[in-house]
Design a protein around this ligand. Structure first.
Ligand SMILES: Cc1cc2nc3c(=O)[nH]c(=O)nc-3n(C[C@H](O)[C@H](O)[C@H](O)COP(=O)(O)O)c2cc1C
Length: 198
């Protein structure tokens, strides 16, 4: 069975929701799925000063933390990550920077990867975050499977061909109707992973 890992980082819950939709879509498509959260690296004082962050952090203590080994286990990945000043969050970068050993052994080659992002503004940098993230995947020898315009509903969901983009309010509530396109994007990555990895 083709194995898919959904990696997410979320401070206030939006990307956790998107990761759960991706997981559901992958299960519907028949994949073996693992949903894991990228570990928090911010100090407790920073988390405590934002009630929405604190609430989400405490509510997701039971979600398994991503291990570098998950990158080797899965044939394909869905990454759901928030935008930070138009870029990948430090937490996600820290996790990826631990993959040097796997990279050196060639164990990240041919992994099928797709990414999605959220930001507070409709044009707040989601595209930059996703394409910056994909840059590292090219270094890994991964196969980026962007959604493109492979489904009519992508147009209605904002039309970002690089990866689903969410707009969120200050408390992490998603403002757009993107559940379908998140699932579509994840399923498409799975279908490609299945062709490559069987
Ligand atoms: C340090 C920091 C930087 C941010 N940078 C941006 C930004 O560049 N553009 C934007 O629209 N929103 C920005 N935001 C808002 C986040 O993208 C938003 O809170 C996030 O997408 C919510 O996702 P989550 O609920 O999964 O944490 C920033 C938030 C923080 C804390």
């Amino acid at each position: 069975m083709t194995k898919m890992a959904v990696f997410y980082y979320s401070s206030t819950g939006a990307n956790y929701q998107m990761a759960q939709w991706a997981e559901q879509g992958l299960k519907e498509a028949g994949a073996e799925v693992k949903l894991v959260k990228i570990p928090e690296t911010a100090p407790k004082e920073a988390i405590d000063q934002n009630p929405a962050w604190k609430k989400h952090y405490e509510a997701t203590q039971d979600v398994p933390e991503a291990q570098v080994d998950d990158l080797e286990w899965a044939d394909g990945y869905v990454f759901s990550i928030p935008t930070r000043f138009g870029n990948v969050p430090g937490q996600v970068k820290t996790f990826m920077d631990m993959a040097g050993g796997l990279w050196a052994q060639g164990k990240l080659v041919d992994k099928v990867v797709t990414a999605m992002s959220s930001a507070q503004n409709p044009h707040g940098g989601q595209e930059q975050t996703i394409t910056n993230f994909y840059t590292s995947i090219y270094h890994w020898g991964g196969i980026v499977v962007a959604p493109g315009y492979t489904d009519e509903q992508i147009f209605a969901a904002g039309g970002n061909p690089y990866g689903t983009s969410a707009t969120v309010d200050g408390e992490g509530n998603i403002q757009d109707d993107i559940e379908y396109v998140v699932k579509h994007q994840a399923k498409r990555a799975y279908e490609v992973a299945k062709k490559i990895h069987g």
